[in-house]
Design a protein around this ligand. Sequence first.
Ligand code: 13P
Ligand code: SF4
Length: 310
Amino acid sequence: MATESITDEILRLKKERNAVILAHSYQRPEIQDIADFVGDSLALAQKARAAECDVIVFCGVHFMAETACILNPERTVLLPDLDAACSLEASCPAEDLAKFLEENKDKNYYVVAYVNCSIGVKALADVIVTSGNSRRIIETAPADRPILFVPDRNLGAWTARQVGREMTLWNGACHVHQMFTRDQILAAREAHPGSPVVCHPECQEEVRLLADHVCSTEKMIGFCRESAADSFIIVTETGILHRLRQLVPGKEFHPVNIEKCSCAECEFMKLNTLEKLRNCLRDMAPVVRLEESLRRRAEKPLLRMLDLSK
Ligand code: 13P
Ligand code: SF4
């Protein structure tokens, strides 16, 4: 009897477990290819909420699987590697935020949390945003309360400028997007003259200012598809290049070379592999588990975001 390939094994186990595989656009190509759905944080949260299955396998980082679990307490959520963390999430510990809010009680902040944060931070927030909807959500924030935006100072500054509203920004950042610099963008422009620069809002201002378009990973696909250009410089984690090449055929996508390594990879995203995906479906572990009262508190601002994003 022929031995079963790892992809056949995953597909068989997926059926047996009545599971759905969700994957972020920064996942390894082979994981994206076997997933039922690939998308950005917003689309994945929406898919997770609508999922009709017993098991959700979340190929992404921990806060993303946690978000799926907050929205689906009755389903089993698996994350192929529990160590898939996020430096942006780590830049805002829930205890530090709670302390800051306590010390600034008189300000009565309206807390807007980027989805890249822990369940503890979500539980302290009034509303959650993603890079795909931050402008739309913040436009609905009460006009009579000051806004505190956590944890990403870059997405916060970009959104504040778009909405035309001042916000207090938590001093957090993503180590991958922080690596891009002005000089690298200028060098990429020189190497690929005429190619529009498309960058993620987690990049620093000096990079965003040089971009032709700033948007979430999902919106990059639409922008490149609709643009008259046939070559683009993509300033974000390189996993998105696989999707762009699949979904926008016939056009060229160039990553930006960064100093310390040849391309920008999120090592946490890349922790998930086909083997770990197969193992988690086979062993039904690791499971993401949440404390129920904390889950209920974190669910409220997430549902507010999903309702405002309809
Ligand atoms: P998106 O919201 O564009 O999916 O980005 C998530 C992320 O982790 C970016 O680093
Ligand atoms: Fe977090 Fe940055 Fe990795 Fe996105 S790319 S998951 S923000 S560490």
